[in-house]
Design a protein around this ligand. Structure first.
Ligand SMILES: [Fe+2]
Length: 384
């Protein structure tokens, strides 16, 4: 038996940001908290301005929390909550990438649940009450957080990223407008695109994979392999942006239901300890974790090589599976992702603690090989 989670309504395509206001009205919003960052808020003609204009048409008041940081912090959630409460907001609209959406989910949880987000709600299906209505306007391709039930927050004191997985986190409406993604710099496009590829690959080999998530993951891998390089090379390439937006959404649909694996479990530690960008951490770890996981299901890795456009004619399953790892390394290199952890200031002395924490991360349970601390340390070492 499998379960399947998605937002109630999902809008896609150029110009779709214009439906934000009418959707908020349908949900009964009169005063919404827009959760975003200062850069997007300040961008003339940018996503936040478009959202505000759409809200104005429906006479909906917009209040701002624009302090979202990358790897959103518990302090961001607390600051946003203060404004949500002081202004008596009745719903939340997030504008940005995964950081904005996760922060918005965190504010929604904190607004409706007593206690501490980490102590009381980290883990799977621990939320007890409905969150305020949440609309996610997505601007990166991407984390997929606009369609998922995952909320990842950084605990600033403990220096860990914790995950709150619950169907109650699922946004009511997602909006993916590729026109909002054209201005993104190459480095961010590369990192978020590699995050989406990691979602698709981890879903496809996950213990929770099923025919529905496979369909989404396969198409995502094909679209990313065919479009990420072009979107990084020329950010105004609308076709590449649109295909990456589809890919990110599909990969989000896949992992929301299939689960992830050790890449994410380990990348969360690099995010928590070093504040490393999530997509970069994933991209560096992905080939190393794939090498570790390969023997669990060589055929699935051979499939991935084919989806990524590799010629596997005449190869044994094992040879084709190896080609998947090479293809992942190739795309990572082409979009200029750093190749090892050492160059990013990671310390070997942190490996043991990070390995311990990675095994406790909610994403570890669906990895196709259940390893131990020693295994995780040696994967960190191979990526060093
Ligand atoms: Fe991710």
């Amino acid at each position: 038996m499998y379960d399947y989670f998605m937002p109630n309504v999902n809008f896609f395509g150029r110009g779709s940001v214009s439906v934000t206001g009418e959707r908020c009205k349908i949900l009964g919003g009169k005063k919404v908290l827009i959760v975003t960052d200062t850069f997007l808020r300040g961008l003339r003609g940018g996503p936040v301005e478009k959202v505000v204009n759409s809200l104005k048409k429906e006479d909906i008041e917009a209040i701002f929390y624009d302090g979202v940081e990358p790897n959103p912090k518990d302090t961001n959630v607390a600051d946003g909550l203060k404004i949500f409460r002081a202004e008596n907001c009745d719903m939340i609209v997030t504008v940005g990438g995964g950081s904005a959406h996760d922060c918005g989910k965190g504010i929604g949880i904190a607004a409706t649940h007593e206690g501490d987000l980490y102590e009381d709600y980290a883990g799977i299906e621990k939320l007890e009450y409905p969150l305020p209505p949440l609309v996610c306007v997505n601007t990166t391709a991407g984390t997929g957080s606009e369609v998922t039930r995952h909320c990842v927050i950084t605990h600033t004191k403990k220096k860990i990223k914790f995950v709150i997985v619950s169907w109650r986190n699922t946004p009511l409406v997602s909006i993916n407008d590729p026109e909002l993604m054209t201005g993104k710099p190459a480095g961010l496009t590369a990192a978020t695109g590699m995050d989406a590829l990691t979602h698709a690959v981890e879903s496809y080999i996950s213990l929770g994979a099923n025919p529905i998530t496979d369909a989404a993951a396969i198409q995502a891998i094909k679209l990313i392999s065919g479009n990420l390089r072009q979107a990084v090379a020329y950010g105004m390439n609308m076709e590449a942006r649109e295909n990456m937006a589809y890919a990110s959404l599909l990969a989000g649909m896949a992992f929301n239901n299939a689960g992830l694996g050790y890449v994410h479990a380990m990348a969360h530690q690099l995010g928590g300890v070093y504040d490393m960008p999530h997509g970069v951490a994933n991209a560096i770890l992905l080939p190393h974790v794939a090498r570790f996981n390969l023997i669990a299901n060589p055929q699935r890795f051979a499939d991935i090589a084919e989806f990524m456009g590799e010629n596997i004619d005449g190869l044994s399953v094992r040879e084709a599976a190896d080609k998947a790892i090479q293809a992942i390394e190739k795309i990572s290199q082409d979009v200029n992702i750093p190749m090892n952890l050492k160059d990013l200031g990671v310390r070997e002395s942190d490996f043991e603690l990070m390995a311990k924490m990675a095994l406790q991360d909610g994403n570890a349970i669906s990895n196709p090989i259940q390893g131990n601390e020693k295994d995780i340390v040696s994967i960190f070492k191979s990526a060093f």
